[in-house]
Design a protein. Structure first.
Lengths: 205, 89, 237
């Protein structure tokens, strides 16, 4: 298959930021995103209830966490999301090379999240702290773990986006694909933005 | 470079980064712990709203979805702050 | 497929879905003390005494459960036929869905047999053995989730490829099924917890996981039956 190395102009006539009556990307992905976001809402509820029931335990355990690593994770995901926004904009303009560059950057930055996460988890496990240590750590490991699974799926989705940009035309179909992927990746980002303060930063008075 | 800074997404990103760093600082140094911790959660809610409205572009999209996500943000904030304040009593 | 009367078999098989659900809720669920199951921290003596006191009720529930477990596979075969009209009947996706539905019958059959075994001769068994039978049945049901995930993923992927202006099965339902398939992965936590949200009777691993599946199945059945009607009309030409 011949690769298109130029940067064409997409013939989308709809201006990007006008009021639109459709969601970005495939609407079905939004069902996925909404469902996930509400399940995490339940997780936040479970954590809050647990914290009300055992405030001293939660505070003691919270102090074991490393908020600097947590902050690093937040900055990583926010930056990665920003690159995806730029990738989507580039896709709407049909600019293949820019799309690929931004997805690559999103993945490169995003991959650091895995590194910090592994460092964080190993440190805990080496210190003898696991998801069975106490209720706080059950929630910590399970919620960040499930989030991490979402992150891994997101990275795979980004890789597919990159591959498609490389081998397929940057047409309307691709735009739907990359918008959907972008929204999923933003969801991964926003869930961490809530998890971080909830787990790491809620200092007891 | 200046073209980059003028982009809404870039500005949004800068705000998000600043908010994240601010939250972290607040939690480490503030003496008014309760207020600081609540501010941290509120900042998180604002960050989420920015991600949803700007990165996910919901600001320009169908109202029912916007409302759904706004309600989710409010609900999550209420749950976390509610639990937090109930504990301190 | 040449024979127009085949569609009535498709329809019969699709109706096996609701039959399965009714039987499982009424007989396995209610009679088997499975909505929700015994909390893992329940003392063995309590579980054992339940087997002894309610033996005939349990036997009845499990006999019905085992008899009708196969309905899940029969239902899956009807889904497979509709899928075949979207992605072609030789598509691997059809096989994956059918096998997924078929294999889901295994944990259902085997686990109900454990409860049945416990209720067969409970007076002669020590409390811990009866507790083990109940525990084992649940470990099997919950951790066999991935066979159903395969069914959910295959069906979802196929339905997403429907190019009809009005798809046979709506895209949101396809996505929902895929989401449910992913959600099941949380069951991996179940063996590690005897209490709380992730235990077998917990808010996540029981109430949410089972509810989301029991929402998918009837919704899909409605659309499969509608699809069969549409396909039949198309075939009549």
């Amino acid at each position: 298959m011949r690769l298109d190395t130029g940067e064409g102009v997409l013939s989308l006539t709809v201006p990007v930021h006008a009021e639109q009556d459709r969601l970005p990307g495939d609407p079905g992905v939004w069902l996925f995103i909404t469902a996930d976001v509400f399940v995490f809402g339940l997780f936040f509820l479970l954590f809050s209830l647990g914290r009300v029931a055992h405030p001293a335990l939660y505070e003691r355990s919270r102090l074991v966490l490393n908020p600097t690593l947590g902050l690093a994770n937040t900055l990583i995901l926010l930056t990665s999301s920003w690159f995806m926004v730029r990738a989507v904009t580039a896709a709407r303009e049909g600019a293949r090379r820019r799309v690929m560059r931004n997805i690559a950057l999103a993945m490169a930055v995003g991959s650091v999240f895995a590194v910090t996460k592994i460092i964080e988890y190993s440190a805990k496990i080496h210190a003898g702290i696991t998801m069975l240590s106490n209720e706080f750590f059950t929630y910590y490991f399970v919620f960040t773990g499930i989030h991490f699974l979402h992150y891994i799926i997101g990275m795979v989705v980004l890789m597919i986006c990159f591959h498609k940009a490389k081998t397929q035309p940057i047409d309307g179909n691709y735009v739907v694909w990359i918008e959907s992927s972008g929204c999923y990746w933003h969801m991964v980002d926003l869930l961490w933005v809530v998890l971080f303060p909830m787990l790491y930063l809620l200092r007891a008075a | 470079m200046s073209a980059l800074l003028r982009l809404p997404a870039t500005r949004v990103w800068l705000v998000l980064i600043a908010a994240a760093v601010l939250s972290w600082t607040l939690s480490e140094n503030s003496t008014a712990v309760k207020v600081a911790a609540s501010a941290v959660v509120l900042i998180a809610a604002l960050k989420v709203r920015l991600i949803v409205m700007h990165f996910m572009e919901l600001r320009w999209r169908p109202r029912p979805w916007r409302i759904l996500f706004e309600l989710w943000i409010l609900g999550v904030m209420a749950i976390i702050l509610g639990g937090y304040w109930m504990t301190e009593l | 497929m040449g024979n127009i009367s085949e569609f009535k078999y498709w329809r019969f098989c699709a109706w096996n879905g609701p039959v399965f659900m009714f039987v499982f809720i009424a007989f396995w669920g209610l009679m088997g003390h499975n909505i929700p199951p015994w909390n893992p921290e329940t003392p063995a003596a309590v579980v054992a005494n339940w087997f002894r006191a309610d033996a005939n009720l349990i036997r009845t529930g499990m006999v019905m459960g085992m008899t009708f477990a196969v309905c899940y596979c029969v239902w899956g075969l009807a889904i497979g036929r509709v899928m075949g009209k979207i992605v072609g009947k030789d598509s691997l996706l059809v096989d994956l869905q059918v096998w997924g539905a078929g294999l889901t019958v295994v944990p259902l059959l085997v686990s109900t047999s454990f409860w049945l075994a416990g209720a067969y001769r409970p007076a002669a068994l020590p409390d811990e053995i009866l507790q083990l039978l109940f525990d084992w049945a649940w470990l099997l049901i919950d951790l066999a989730y991935s066979v159903t995930t395969v069914q959910l993923f295959a069906a979802g992927v196929a339905f997403l490829q429907d190019k009809r202006p009005v798809p046979l099965v709506p895209k949101w339902l396809a996505w929902y099924g895929i989401w449910v398939g992913f959600m099941f992965i949380a069951e991996c936590l179940m063996p590690f917890f005897k209490t709380g949200a992730f235990a077998r009777d917990g808010i996540l691993n029981f109430w949410i996981e089972f509810s989301i599946w029991f929402v998918w199945a009837p919704l899909l059945t409605v659309y499969i039956l509608k699809a069969i009607t549409r396909l039949e009309q198309e075939a009549r030409g």
